[in-house]
Design a protein around this ligand. Structure first.
Ligand code: AMP
Ligand code: MG
Length: 398
């Protein structure tokens, strides 16, 4: 059986950034830029006032106090063509172009205006309160590179350089298939021996929240014909997630079906608890991840294997599984060979993460996972962690 870290590497090694597409800027939040973008203009495009105040000539204010008459008023968006006239100033609003011949702006707060005359009590420094043309970025300079994750500031940058359509990496199309003859959709009658499908809705939500496109295939009973039909349908996307049917039971048919349709099994079974039966396969362009049916394994597997793989396919470079340190808020005992991912809650105490595992009743207990904010990683073998010791955690809600 392969170790957790090697399995993670195998998953990450089997996916790559997808092809690219050009989309509307308004749809680009959360996507990754697939081209370098240069500015088509100087930013700012002209010398402009950084303040509401008066445009002045510094040489008129050399010996304060000085009184200047107001020659004109200039709103943002308007211009005046005349040259500066000696002994005058221009009322100017933030963002308005500096009229020709003026070389400083004095804020309203530092002056006193009465009947068209303004009193200045201090000299002004050349260039004060003026944003120079091109001082943020010069025309032709790169503003964003390939691989930039597009969020608030990046949207604003792209808008500033007139990019109404941007080239981004395509978002993966992910098919989600629930399996199990005992599994019924929530909202359907629940007869004896059946359980509600909690994995399907959870996986679909987690996938779509990660920025991928999700297609739900429904529930297949543990019968070869139905399973094969739905699996084949799911192979048309970039990733197929199958929950259940990958363990060692008589009706865990997924590995055999995948082999039968010509998929390459990359790995099966990982030394981690929960999530041991994890299966990774590929058929042509489609990566297939078989997740054990127990809901807690579904959840931990999503955060440790599936989400990082989806991020990489989206072109994101921040897909590494980061372990940060938390302080154990209680004594933690763990038995058994495999390392364990414990759904946990962390809180910030005096600027540090204090973390406590949720009291779970085994890997079927998804109810006990409610409120989970991180996964605590407990190393293999028997472990006896004392309260106050440092423990590695994977944050899942940043
Ligand atoms: P399996 O991996 O198919 O052996 O399933 C392991 C356990 O998870 C069994 O108790 C299943 O009933 C349960 N299970 C499988 N699929 C789901 C699902 N979609 N929602 C909730 N529990 C499930
Ligand atoms: Mg099953």
């Amino acid at each position: 059986m392969i170790g957790f870290r090697e399995a993670h590497e195998a998953v990450m090694g089997s996916v790559a950034a997808l092809d690219t597409e050009r989309i509307e800027l308004s749809k680009a939040y959360g996507r990754v830029l697939a081209e370098a973008v240069v500015s088509d203009i100087d930013i700012p495009p002209f010398d402009k006032s950084a303040m509401d105040g008066y445009a002045v000539r510094t040489k008129d204010l050399i010996r304060p106090p000085v009184t200047l008459s107001v020659h004109d008023t200039l709103a943002a968006g308007s211009t005046i063509r005349e040259e500066a006239v000696e002994g005058t100033c221009v009322r100017i609003m933030t963002g308005a172009p500096i009229p020709h011949g003026f070389n400083a702006v004095v804020m309203f707060e530092e002056t006193e205006e009465r009947e068209g005359k303004v009193r200045f009590d201090d000299p002004a420094a050349e260039g004060q309160n003026i944003c120079r043309r091109g001082e943020d970025i010069e025309r032709g300079r790169q503003v964003l590179g390939t691989g930039a994750l597009i969020r608030g500031p990046e949207i604003a940058v792209l808008a500033s350089v007139g990019m109404v359509r941007v080239k981004v990496f395509r978002s993966p199309r992910v098919h989600v298939l629930s399996t199990g003859s005992e599994v019924v959709e929530p909202g359907q009658p629940l007869s004896f021996g059946k359980i509600r499908n909690s994995n399907g809705p959870m996986l679909c939500s987690l996938v779509s929240n990660s920025g991928a496109e999700v297609v739900y295939l429904g529930i297949a009973p543990d019968r070869e014909k139905e399973l094969t039909a739905l699996i084949k349908k799911g192979l048309s996307g970039d990733m197929l997630l199958i929950s259940g049917g990958v363990s060692m039971g008589d009706y865990d048919l997924i590995p055999g079906i995948l082999k039968g349709i010509g998929a390459e099994i990359i790995l099966h079974r990982v030394k981690i608890k929960p999530g041991k039966p994890l299966l990774l396969a590929r058929r042509e362009r489609c990566i297939i991840i078989g997740v054990p049916g127990n809901p807690v394994s579904n959840f931990t597997t999503f955060h440790t294997f599936i989400k990082p793989a989806l991020y990489k396919m989206m072109g994101r470079t921040d897909h590494a599984l980061h372990f940060v340190h938390g302080i154990a808020g209680e004594d933690i005992r763990k038995k058994g060979e495999r390392p364990q991912l414990m759904p946990s809650v962390h809180r910030v105490v005096d600027g540090a993460f204090v973390v406590e595992p949720l009291p779970l009743n085994g890997s079927a207990d998804i109810v006990g996972c409610a409120g989970c904010t991180c996964l605590m990683f407990v190393e293999e073998g028997d472990q006896n962690i004392q309260r106050g010791e440092m423990v590695p955690i994977i944050l899942i809600e940043l």
